[in-house]
Design a protein around this ligand. Structure first.
Ligand code: NOJ
Length: 560
């Protein structure tokens, strides 16, 4: 199936087998609620995205991934979908989506959308029908309803916990007014899990994929891609106390990484292959190692998977070397590119995470009472160095909106502004993810820093962000924005995404040094400056003077 003009708008070379765009692309994550608000209601929207496409072109990204904008009551910021084939009015209309897509494609920028197949919203018509239809019905069989344990079914069917805290089961009141069956929700109570052993569910998602593919999207980021299939019999499971909160970092969990989940993606692979333009699937599968993650990108499954082992690696040269090696080996063993990512809408922004002074388990977030708050200046310095390393690695890289401005986590959000279900389901014990979701500052002087024309903002922006606003960074050659622009342009010019990494020896153990084609990358992760190696400087994460490479600084050199 061909989408009009798609083939002509992009580099024809990029669709050669083995050279598909998604193997090397820099993909920019837009979190629509927080990107740009055109309507003035304080929530970002699709016309806001369209209005800033020139800024994204100027930054030099190849593709956009949009977090969910489909119809949703927004109990989990859109990851609770009530209608998979419509745009939520807070974000605009389907016509706004088409307009955005056309203008992105017109600039040679591809667009992938979020697909949330593990669960729907409890407001989805299927779930509402399941509630009315009662036990044993075809409607209930689309979800995971079970009888409770105990004499009167008053105990949940098993001991599973929700990723957001609390039990993973909720009991419903049946039509006759009595407490009845329980339904499974690995996340919030408003997010009932589908039963993927039901062919009707599979067929519905084929329809949803085709709906967006027919509109011309270039692919999908697949939410909770490790969770769709549950172990037969839904056996009890108790996670270790320190389990990562997005889940999936442990082995042998009856709801993560079940072998049957891969059949779903083999099926979807075939659907995408019916279309032109190398449409792609990217798995959000939180797995402990690159080898585990690579199972999602075997040749007949998805095309990319987020490299969470890389994201969760400390700012430590030896650990980075290991995870980079393991990633390149594991993904290339299945013919897939490695991906690289440092920030997204679920984790503490890397400009803060890399300078935390105490343990902060994934998903817990940071708030006014957290121990070990990050040291801001050190965090920004390390983030700039870490991004300078990441963008030189072969494969495809993801950037989360605002990291190109060096945005830190908002660590002082007031309790009454918080919206993440994690915060509510743990009674404030975990702050959750709001701190990385604060709207982007575009202008240092306008209300809401130019995010919205009325000054409204669904989460308050820290006053200190005025100096990080895009307008101040635009023409400042020392800004983080200028650094990203330089890195992306040079990455493209030197074809680093399609390159190969070769480590360079002879440096102290806390220095990371490698060659990719004719670019040499040296990152000083230690405490003391080292002599700057020979070569023309293409980009440096900090000013270089005196022939030295300072601590927490990375540089790209054109090989002499
Ligand atoms: C992963 C998404 O990235 C996250 O934001 C969401 O809360 C969960 N999946 C549930 O959909």
């Amino acid at each position: 199936m061909t989408t009009p003009d798609l083939a002509e708008r992009f580099d024809p070379l990029s669709s050669r087998r083995g050279a598909e765009w998604w193997r090397t692309a820099v993909i920019y994550q837009i979190y629509p609620r927080s990107f740009a608000d055109s309507s003035g209601d304080g929530i970002g929207d699709l016309p806001g995205v369209t209005a800033h496409l020139d800024d994204l072109s100027d930054l030099g990204v190849d593709a956009l991934w949009l977090s969910p904008f489909q119809r949703s009551p927004q109990k989990d910021a859109g990851y609770d979908v009530a209608d998979y084939c419509d745009v939520d009015p807070i974000f605009g209309t389907l016509a706004d989506f088409d307009d955005m897509l056309e203008h992105a494609h017109g600039r040679g920028i591809r667009v992938i959308v979020d697909l949330v197949p593990n669960h729907s919203s409890d407001q989805h018509e299927w779930f509402q029908a399941a509630l009315s239809a009662g036990p044993g019905s075809r409607e209930r069989a689309r979800y995971l309803f079970r009888e409770g344990k105990g004499r009167r079914g008053e105990l949940p069917p098993n001991n599973w916990e929700s990723v957001f805290g609390g039990p993973a089961w909720t009991r419903v009141i049946e039509a006759d007014g009595t407490p009845g069956q329980w339904y499974l929700h690995l996340f919030d109570t408003s997010q009932p899990d589908f039963d993927w052993s039901n062919e009707e569910v599979r067929e519905e998602f084929r329809r949803i994929l085709r709906f967006w593919l027919d509109r011309g999207v270039d692919g999908f980021r697949v939410d909770v891609a490790h969770g769709l299939v549950k172990a037969a019999g839904l056996p009890d499971y108790t996670p270790p106390a320190d389990a990562a909160s997005m889940g999936g970092e442990e082995d042998d969990v009856p709801y993560w990484g079940q072998p049957g989940v891969h059949d779903v993606y083999r099926d979807w692979h075939g659907i995408l292959a019916e279309y032109d333009g190398d449409r792609a699937l990217c798995a959000e599968a939180w797995r402990p190692t690159p080898d585990d993650t690579a199972l999602w990108v075997r040749p007949d499954e998805m095309h990319q998977a987020f490299n969470f082992p890389y994201l969760t690696t400390e700012w430590d040269a030896a650990e980075l070397r290991t995870v980079i090696d393991e990633s390149l080996r594991a993904f290339s063993a299945v013919g897939a590119p490695s991906t690289w990512v440092l920030s997204n809408h679920d984790v503490v922004r890397h400009a803060s995470r890399l300078a935390l002074t105490a343990e902060n388990p994934q998903g817990h977030g940071i708030g006014p009472l957290s121990a070990g708050k990050p040291i801001a200046a050190l965090g920004l310095r390390r983030a700039r160095a870490a991004s300078t390393v990441m963008l030189a690695l072969p494969g495809s890289a993801y950037i989360f909106q605002g990291e190109e401005l060096g945005l830190p986590e908002a660590v002082d959000l007031p309790d009454d502004a918080r919206q993440d279900p994690t915060w509510f389901r743990t009674a404030g014990e975990r702050y959750g993810r709001d701190g990385c979701r604060v709207p982007v500052p575009w202008s240092s002087t306008e209300p809401a820093f130019g995010f919205s024309p009325t000054g409204e903002s669904w989460l308050p922006q820290p006053a200190s962000w005025a100096v990080l606003a895009r307008d101040l960074q635009q023409d400042d050659s020392a800004s983080t924005l200028s650094l990203y622009r330089t890195l992306l342009a040079a990455r493209r010019a030197h074809r680093l995404g399609a390159g190969a990494l070769e480590w360079i020896g002879g440096f102290p153990s806390d220095v990371l040094a490698f060659r990719n084609g004719n670019v040499t990358v040296v990152a000083n992760i230690g405490d003391a400056a080292i002599p700057l190696p020979q070569g023309n400087v293409i980009a440096a994460s900090e000013p270089l003077d005196g022939g030295e490479l300072p601590a927490d600084t990375a540089v790209w050199l054109e090989n002499a």
